[in-house]
Write a protein that binds this ligand. Structure first.
Ligand code: FE2
Length: 218
């Protein structure tokens, strides 16, 4: 534990820890903080999935797309030295535009969206890259779960490679006013929470917001 902290502090002093930015230039190995773990939660959609491809906004045979703001979620999966990890399975699942999961046991009374896929599964390419098209999930109240407060907008991630490395985490949205009171988010160490928060950039071709979420596996 001591060793991990001092290595991190050293990397910080060297300016190597700035999200995933590098001062060493493209392709150079770099010290990265492992993406913090987050709770899995109870709403991973049960099998069999109707569909689980990387476009969560359309379902085969449906004329209408999912309701909500369309976004891309893209990133790279690396080890903590910055080496790309290829062929890693990346699962995402999330609430819909009204804050309801495609899960029969979600007690929230917000509407289901029959056009929303709810889950997507990707494999990273040779450069460690993955990508999804989805909608921005709504926040949801915890009252139906017998708790108080709200969950900030978030997307659940489960990342696993063939070597047995695995990470369960959640991605958040910059500027969400609920973040400051979100207990799951705040379970991450304060100095690492920024690694879970994405800032959108417009996709140059389509103008659709791209939320870049790079993942570093310990
Ligand atoms: Fe959730």
């Amino acid at each position: 534990m001591m060793k991990k902290i001092s290595r991190r502090m050293l990397a910080k002093q060297l300016g190597l820890i700035t999200g995933t930015a590098s001062i060493l230039g493209p392709g150079a190995a770099q010290a990265l903080v492992a993406t913090p773990e987050q709770v899995e939660g109870p709403f991973y959609p049960p099998e069999p999935h109707v569909e689980n491809d990387v476009d969560l906004t359309v379902l085969a045979g449906h004329e209408e797309p999912a309701a909500g703001e369309i976004i891309y979620v893209r990133g790279r999966v690396t080890d903590t030295r910055g080496n790309a990890l290829a062929n890693v399975r990346v699962d995402i699942w999330q609430a819909n535009h009204w804050g309801r999961y495609t899960h029969p046991e979600d007690p929230n009374t917000a509407p289901l969206d029959p056009n929303f896929q709810g889950i997507g599964i990707a494999r990273t390419d040779e450069n460690g890259r993955y990508g999804f098209k989805t909608i921005k999930p709504a926040a949801y109240p915890l009252s139906a779960l017998g708790d108080s407060g709200w969950r900030a907008r978030h997307i659940h991630f489960k990342v696993a490679d063939a070597a047995g490395r695995k990470l369960i985490t959640q991605m958040y949205f910059e500027g969400d006013p609920l973040l400051k009171d979100d207990l799951a988010f705040k379970a991450a160490p304060a100095e690492e929470r920024h690694l879970l928060v994405t800032v959108p950039e417009a996709d140059p071709e389509t103008g659709i917001p791209v939320h870049r979420f790079d993942i570093s596996l310990a």
